[in-house]
Structure formats: C-alpha cells, structure tokens
Design a protein around this ligand. Structure first.
Ligand code: NAP
Length: 284
C-alpha cells in the first residue's frame, strides 16, 4: 500500500516560515494584508474563504472580505475592484471566480495590478509562470502541488509527469512549473486518446479534471506518485477527488487524499503570496 501524503504537514511547514517573515515585517512597522473580493455567497467560495481567513490569522496576516451583490453591474464592479487595488494598506487580492456571467473578465482580469494579483488572474502573471519568471505568482493550487512534491522529497527532474487537465487555474500553469523543474511533462484533456495508457506511462500523475473518481487503478503504473487536485461530491454525497483512492492506493508509492490533500495547502500558498507581495511593494 502506498504512503498517504497529507497536506497538513506541508501547510504547517509553510505557515511556520511565514510567521517568522510576518514578525520581521511587523518589526519594521509593516502589516501584510489580504483582501478577498467575493460576488454573491456561493457555498464553495464561503468554504474557501473560511479556510483562508483562519490561515491568515495563524500567520498573523490581516484579512478583510468585500462582499458584492450578485447583480452588480460591470462598471460598479470595476470601480469597487479598482478601489481595493488602489488601497495602499492592501498587499494581496483574491477574487473568487467564476464570476456571474454578466461580468466581463476580459476587462476585470487587468484591474488588479500584477504585484497584488496573488492568485494569477492577470495575464502578466500567467506569462511570468510560462517564462519561468519567479517575480510573479502561480495560481495557488498549482503551486500547492509543487509544495507537496517538494515537502515529501519527490524528485521530478527527468521524471515522466502526466497532468490530466489543462485549465488556466490548475493544469496549464502546473505543467509549466513542472517543466521548470526539469520534468518531462505530458498534458492530457478531454480529447486525449487512451488516457489510461498515457497515465500508466507516467512516474507521477496529477489529476485536475473535476470528474469524481475518474482516475482508476488501470491509470496508475505500479509505484507511481499520485497527486489528486479534484474536489467533487460522489454519488453518496461525500467529498471525493478525481482519483478512485481505494483502488489506486495499492498501486501508488505515494498518494494525496481528498479531503486533507492538495486543498489543505492552497491557503498556505495564498499566505506566502501575500507576504511576497508585501515585501515587493515595500522594496524588501
Ligand atoms: P476545469 O476548468 O473544468 O478543467 C478541467 C480539465 O479537465 C479540462 O482541461 C478538461 O479538458 C479536462 N477533462 C474534463 N473531462 C475529462 C476527461 N473525461 N478526460 C480527460 N480530461 C478531462 O477544472 P479546474 O478548475 O482545472 O479544476 C479541476 C479540479 O480541481 C476540480 O475538481 C476542482 O474542483 C479542483 N480544484 C481544486 C482546488 C484545490 O484547492 N484543491 C482548486 C481549484 C480546483 P478540456 O480542456 O478538453 O475541456
């Protein structure tokens, strides 16, 4: 049976180092601050928000939430977001997405300046991830996968890594982060032919599909590492990942669970990004 690699030890280690950074900033009279911007009250946004607020508190980072109505017009939304961006006490901004359909992301994604855009909404930060420029911020979830690999000493240089999913919030940026660490990366999607065979060829499989328990044991090579990014609800109404854990755990050498896996690391990465933004803004 494979080792179950949980997110908590990773999150705790990141938090520990952030606490020290925040203390040093406070000693200089600087208080790092996160602003969360939420439109409406979707349950998954609220759940993530609770986790983020708790994590910021543990790290000593100030955090505020701006809640906006679901029917807010585009111009008003842009005005509100600009005001948050222009607030000199705010260092990092997290905007929950997807936004309601009437709001136009083509304009909105440029409103938060890159230095405060800590979850990679602005295309300038996406470009930085693709260029390997470390001054930007990869999306927190992609970075959380990298933190898990690093924390558990999983060497990826020269390894065959298959990422299932090519979204701009997880799959594509993660592929670039893995490439930057010299992995040989294959990116799969809904039109991939014989997905199980492509996954079986990999030494590390990352599932970021959004389909409950789709990745079965025939996708996994004996001894492969499995990172499950998915957050889904199964037929029984329970939280589950994109990987059929019970089947894959016997074949994998290491596997992340859901819940308590990748999802537990993302808010720590968020906190790390707030501190990084705060340092850049203050020329530290
Ligand atoms: P998404 O935007 O819906 O993208 C899903 C990707 O999976 C797409 O690239 C899609 O391919 C691919 N896909 C869909 N069905 C497939 C199939 N049958 N075979 C192969 N590929 C398939 O989802 P996302 O935002 O990237 O999120 C992915 C999962 O991660 C979701 O479960 C989400 O809840 C979870 N998530 C977790 C966290 C966390 O903190 N743990 C954060 C964000 C997201 P096409 O491009 O061809 O359509």
């Amino acid at each position: 049976m494979g080792q179950v690699i949980k997110g908590k030890p990773v999150a705790d280690a990141i938090t520990q180092s952030i606490v020290k950074d925040v203390e040093a900033l406070k000693a200089k009279g600087i208080a790092p601050k996160l602003k969360i911007v939420r439109v409406g009250s979707r349950e998954d946004d609220l759940a993530y928000e609770r986790g983020a607020l708790t994590r910021m508190d543990k790290c000593g980072i100030l955090a505020e939430v701006l809640e906006l109505p679901l029917d807010i017009p585009q111009a008003d939304f842009v005005k509100e977001l600009k005001a948050v961006n222009d607030d000199p006490t705010v260092h990092g901004i997290l905007l929950f997405r997807p936004l309601p359909k009437h709001l136009n992301m083509d304009e909105i994604k440029f409103v938060v300046e890159p230095v405060k855009d800590i979850d990679c909404m602005n295309p300038i930060n996406a470009a930085k991830v693709f260029e390997g420029d470390k001054t930007g911020y990869p999306p927190c979830t992609s970075q959380a996968c990298m933190e898990i690999l690093d924390h558990y000493g999983i060497e990826i240089q020269g390894k065959k890594v298959t990422v299932v999913g090519r979204s701009m919030v997880v799959g594509k940026p993660l592929a670039m982060l893995l490439l930057d660490k010299n992995a040989t990366v294959t990116v799969c999607h809904s039109r991939t032919t014989d997905l199980p065979a492509v996954c079986r060829d990999a030494e590390v499989v990352v599932a970021a599909v959004g389909k409950a328990e789709m990745v079965k044991s025939d996708f996994i090579n004996q001894g492969a590492v499995v990172i499950d990014v998915g957050i889904n609800v199964n037929a029984e109404g329970n939280l589950c990942g994109d990987v059929k854990f019970d089947e894959c755990v016997d074949k994998a050498s290491m596997i992340t669970p859901v819940p308590a896996g990748v999802g537990s690391v993302t808010t720590s990465v968020l906190a790390k990004h707030v501190v990084k933004a705060c340092k850049i803004i203050n020329n530290i």
